[in-house]
Design a protein around this ligand. Sequence first.
Ligand SMILES: Nc1nc2c(ncn2[C@@H]2O[C@H](COP(=O)(O)OP(=O)(O)O)[C@@H](O)[C@H]2O)c(=O)[nH]1
Ligand SMILES: [Mg+2]
Length: 461
Amino acid sequence: MGNVTSAVTRPVTAPFTDPVIRLGVTGLSRAGKTVFITSLVANLMDRGRMPQLRAAASGAIRTAYLQPQPDDTLPRFDYETYLAQLTAPEPSWPEGTRQISELRLSLRVQPTGFMAGLQGVRTVHLDIVDYPGEWLLDLALLDQSYATWSKAALARADGRPSGDDYLALVAQTDPDRPLEEATARSLAQAYTVHLNAARAAGYSDCTPGRFLLPGDLAGSPVLTFAPLPGGDFSRGSLGREMGRRFESYKKNVVKPFFRDHFARIDRQVVLVDVLGAIHNGPRAVDDLRTAMADILSAFNPGRNSFISRIFQGRRVEKILFAATKADHLHHTQHPQLTAITQALLREARDRADFAGAQTAAMSIAALRTTVEETVEHRDGPLDVVRGRLLDTGKQAAFYPGALPEDPQHLLAPARAGAADWGEGDYKVMRFAPAPTTLRPGEGPPHIRLDKAAEFLIGDRL
Ligand SMILES: Nc1nc2c(ncn2[C@@H]2O[C@H](COP(=O)(O)OP(=O)(O)O)[C@@H](O)[C@H]2O)c(=O)[nH]1
Ligand SMILES: [Mg+2]
């Protein structure tokens, strides 16, 4: 038996450990993680716009407040700054973040209805962890040798932005020559430039993930490597050292992230900028499809022995796939966006099966920047959205193009490697956050954030 004495002498009113929900928020860079967390927290503190979150509508959530987070070594999610930016008289989008961060929101919950008399007020802690989806892509590296990874990375560089520059540099490099740090550095730099350019052009499967989002590891040897052709390099050679650093990256960067952070997540939301990819064209859509398959394999402990070891039989209980920025579309097109998202993730979901996790797909906007309008067009009435353009600051009505009812009308040409969408052209405008005066008790305007919250945490409130 454990320490019986302390259990007996503890006063009866001693607090039990409050339940904690660890909610992971991920997605590729610019998918909308920062805006999502900021708006979610604001809307959980002021719940007037959260009718679809049952515990909010019923009044079960009495209060919600921020508390110091449990993990002392993680950066805190800078909620106050982001919210101030989004809700300023001249609102702006928050800067991109390149780090993992955390925030604890505590909810005081009083069950209503039948349970009301039986249970007192309890506290539920919601620990929100924001981490880059790019880091999940690195999981695939664990199964790869430096030679295998190099081969695939060099093949991907061919034809992608700045890939030729990197390949030209490789052509001038003899991996069997003794290591010179300057050479290692210029290769790593050129490779990083290429990865960033590829990412900016809409490619998603860009590894190593920390090259894009280095956090505080920028410039360290563990990030100073790059793919080289060949294998079996001689001792002391550039190639051998690059291989060693690749292994060190896996051991000292990739594994600790999965072990210390990923393995503790209970609920997960994966944000996907499907509209952005559609706008970038078929290749970006197909690339997003494969990248999501890679990312989601992290949620499949059966596939990866490292993952099953660190999860120790635990699992992520719920996973929400959310197509973000749905405020670019009139609501009549939201079902199409959701269907495309579902189809895009279909293969990944089939492959992963998520070990029994409950999954859902939705189209959401964490921050609604537009209003809907129907305008007269030469072919009849057109459902548009109106907002303030980010570039010019001008108000504009916007029609992004009709998304097909059948997702395959987009996914099939993407898979077949089509260069453009042909007939249909899909545009995305970047809207600025709309200036709003928040009424007391209301958070920022959104689309289906309440439904997302209900799916993710509703059962625990
Ligand atoms: N219209 C609209 N744009 C959004 C929304 N969420 C994010 N964005 C846009 O996407 C960009 C990236 O969002 P952010 O949250 O910083 O992405 P992160 O890199 O995943 O943290 C923002 O600067 C906005 O331009 C949304 O709900 N509506
Ligand atoms: Mg961010």
